[in-house]
Each structure stands twice: as C-alpha cells, then as structure tokens.
Design a protein around this ligand. Structure first.
Ligand code: CA
Length: 429
C-alpha cells in the first residue's frame, strides 16, 4: 500500500484543540483528530448534505465553502488526495484560533437537531466472513464435525447482499417472516423468526472506483477505500439454517442491515494501525493477497462493543447493557486491503459508495462473540441481564447499539458514533 496511508501529520497532533468547544472534551468521539464524513438534512423535505462531525456539532461543508456540491458519492469517487486535502483544510480551519471560526460558525448545526442518514448512496453491498473465531464457532453449531471449511484460510469468503435494505442508524424494522423448518420430519412453515440475531461488523466504504476488468493490486487497494463505519447485519438464524445450503445466505440476511452515520476515514485511522499476522502453521496468503506492507500495518485496532437495551430497560429509564466486547484487529483473518483486491481479482468493478461488510467480528474468547448465536451456544443457554431479564435471541422492543473506539497512548482517542436500531413486532399478515 502507498506510504501516505501510514503518514502521521498535524491533523493527528493530540495537542490540537478546536474552537468548537465540545470537540475538546475528553469523552467526545469526534475530536478534531477524527473528522468523519456523513450526510445530514435539517428536515424531511430538504436534500441530503455532506457534513463532518466535530464534537456535538455538524459542519456543513457547502455552507463552509469547502465544497461546491453536496454529493457524497462524488466526493468519495474523487479519491484519497481530494479527501486528504479536505481533511487538512478542515483541521486547520477548525483549530482553536483559526480565522475561519468567524465564518464557519454559521455552517455549524447541533448534531441532535438534524437527521443523520445513510452516509452515501449504496449501490452494491457485499458481506464477507473475515471473523475466523466467528466462522469457527458458527461452523461448529451447523457442522460439529467440520467447523472451519478448508477454503477459509485461502479465500476471503463472501456473498452479494442487497443494498436496498441497508438502513440508516435509528431506523426500526419489523421482525421478518420466513420459512422455518422444525426438527424431525415436520414440514417447514412460514413464521416470524424466533431466532433473530445481530452481527457485529464494520462496513468498508469504497471511494475510488475500478474499471470493469481491471483488478485492484494489493499495493493500491487502500486507495480505493474511503473509510469505515459500524455495521449490524441482522440475521434470522432459523431461516438461515433451513435455506443456506447449497448457495449461502439469502432471506435470513436481507430484511434489514443497519449502518452508522459517520464514515471514519483511513486518514483518521492512521495512528491505530497494527501488524497483520497469521498464526504459526497457517498457510500464507497467495501472492496477490500478500505484501510486506500489508503484514506490517494492514490491520486496525478498533475496540468494538455491543449494547442491548430491552423495552423493559427503556421503560425504566435504564441505559443498555454491554453484552460483548471485541476488537477488529483480533477478530479479522483478512485485511480490508485483501478484501478489495480479492473482490476485484476477477475484474469485478467496485463503485464509489459500495459497501463491504467485514463479517461478524467475534474475538477469540467466547464472551467476545459478536452474535447471540455464539453467546448462547446456538440458543442453548440464556444470557442473564443485570435487571433479571434473560435472552437467547432478540425480542420485540429490543434495541441493539454497536460502538467503536480507537485508543493509543500518545494519540487522541476517536470514536465511530452509534449504529442502533430497534426490533418491531412482525407485521400482521
Ligand atoms: Ca454477516
């Protein structure tokens, strides 16, 4: 990968403060070192505009005179140099004492006063399966004798999902209906899912497109990535078990998937890179998926968290309860650069705004699992919640929030915001 991804510059300076006071608080996810991009509007009749999160505010890039359009996909397609120039201008102009404060002040909106939408138009959506601990644990439930299939360590496994049902954070969805097959000889029936689950994932947003027939070499792969967001690939495990063979995920997966509003750029993530290593004894990737740079710094240290708030907790005014914690760097068997290169190796064209889900990012320990399927041993055990409730799978009224945060000594911590949605009852037939 190109060296500029590794470059730390003044935009990462932990001493840099902003004239937007809320960006300087210790617990903000959006200090001046982050500067993630998203889309917002001030009313349902208004067009989407491009904004950058700073503290508890959103800076309107057009109103600030930094862009002459509000088309996020166009900005994403413009490539990493444009994005980095914009980041430099934003960082300088938002720095405490900068003269831009006088004019940009009028381009700020309180984040809680605007609607945050999908961060871009998502043309295509692919979901990968890079979480090797997840793949092994789930494989054990579905195939006890053969948990991890032999292709797993050689080829990044994925499938094509549907962009039409990727939802903005905060959008509730109804429990899906589908075919459920009881055990034994009983025939399948159409029913609301009784094994509704979450999947803790990251979403990789493509920026620079590649032309049809032109694979993206590993050394250039990160130049095609705009940034990352949190992603929950809601899953109906009962539908999945019945339908998944021989062609893989289908209706168990495409009733709802939730993405967080802010895309954290690879530039903001530069301080949080980590070496990418395979366990001793595992095969090394094929040459087109391997490089010294990918091994040296292809992984990202992103702490992840799953928070469950039941309807009972909400009614009692209680915050949600953390049911799992993991880390992207500990969970993923393939880097995002490898995913882009593999996805395009056959000539497949990736477009600006395409979304690649990583797959469920379960950590190596059982309590670090990114799905209820794993946390409950396939629904065999209940999770005990602090208020006395229990869960095997999600119930109506449950809200799941995903969080992500990067921390490293000597750097300002940055966050991803929230990816949240509430399960509504199945629609009446
Ligand atoms: Ca998934």
């Amino acid at each position: 990968m190109a060296n500029e991804h590794l470059a730390l510059d003044a935009t990462h300076d932990p001493q840099r403060l902003s004239w937007v006071e809320s960006a300087n608080s210790a617990d903000t996810e959006f200090p001046i070192q982050n500067l993630p991009f998203g889309r917002f509007r001030a009313g349902a009749q208004e067009p989407w505009r491009i904004g950058v999160a700073i503290g508890n505010q959103v800076l309107d890039l057009q109103a600030a005179g930094l862009l002459d359009h509000g088309d996020m996909n166009r900005l994403m397609a413009a490539g990493p140099q444009t994005r980095r120039r914009l980041r430099q201008a934003l960082s300088q102009g938002l720095t405490a004492g900068a003269p831009q404060a006088a004019t940009w002040h009028d381009a700020l909106l309180a984040m809680d006063s605007v609607e945050l939408g999908l961060p871009c138009r998502i043309g295509d959506y692919t979901d990968f399966y890079v979480g090797i601990h997840h793949a092994t644990a789930v494989g054990r439930l579905f195939r006890p004798d053969n948990p991890l299939l032999p292709n797993y360590r050689w080829v990044p496994i994925g499938y094509h999902g549907r962009a039409s049902t990727v939802l903005a954070s905060g959008t509730p969805f109804h429990r899906p209906r589908g075919q459920v097959k009881p055990a034994g000889d009983a025939p399948p029936a159409l029913a609301p899912s009784s094994r509704l689950d979450l999947e803790l994932e990251l979403g990789i947003f493509i920026g620079t497109p590649n032309a049809l027939g032109e694979p993206v070499p590993l050394a250039e792969a990160e130049d095609h990535v705009f940034g990352l967001a949190l992603f929950n690939d809601w899953s109906a495990r009962d539908f999945q078990a019945w339908e998944y063979q021989p062609l893989g995920p289908f209706l168990a997966k495409n009733f709802a998937s939730t993405v967080s509003p802010w895309i954290v750029t690879l530039d903001a993530l530069a301080p949080f890179r980590r070496a990418f290593e395979r366990p001793a004894g595992d095969p090394q990737p094929l040459p087109y998926l391997d490089s010294a740079a990918n091994q040296a710094s292809g992984a990202f240290d992103i702490a992840l968290e799953v928070v469950l708030q039941t309807a009972t907790m909400r009614a009692a005014g209680q915050a949600g309860e953390t049911i799992s914690r993991s880390n992207y760097a500990d969970a993923a068997y393939w880097t995002l650069a490898q995913l882009v290169t593999h996805h395009s190796v056959n000539g497949c064209a990736l477009a600006a705004g395409d979304l690649l889900g990583t797959g469920t990012l379960s950590g190596p320990q059982p309590e670090q699992a990114g799905s209820l399927l794993e946390l409950t041993g396939g629904g065999q055990r209940q999770i005990a919640l602090a208020n006395g409730e229990q869960r095997r799978f999600l119930e109506d009224g449950d809200a799941i929030a995903l969080r992500g945060r990067c921390e490293r000594a000597g750097f300002r911590s940055i966050g991803f915001g929230t990816c949240v949605a509430t399960v509504l009852p199945a629609r009446p037939l």
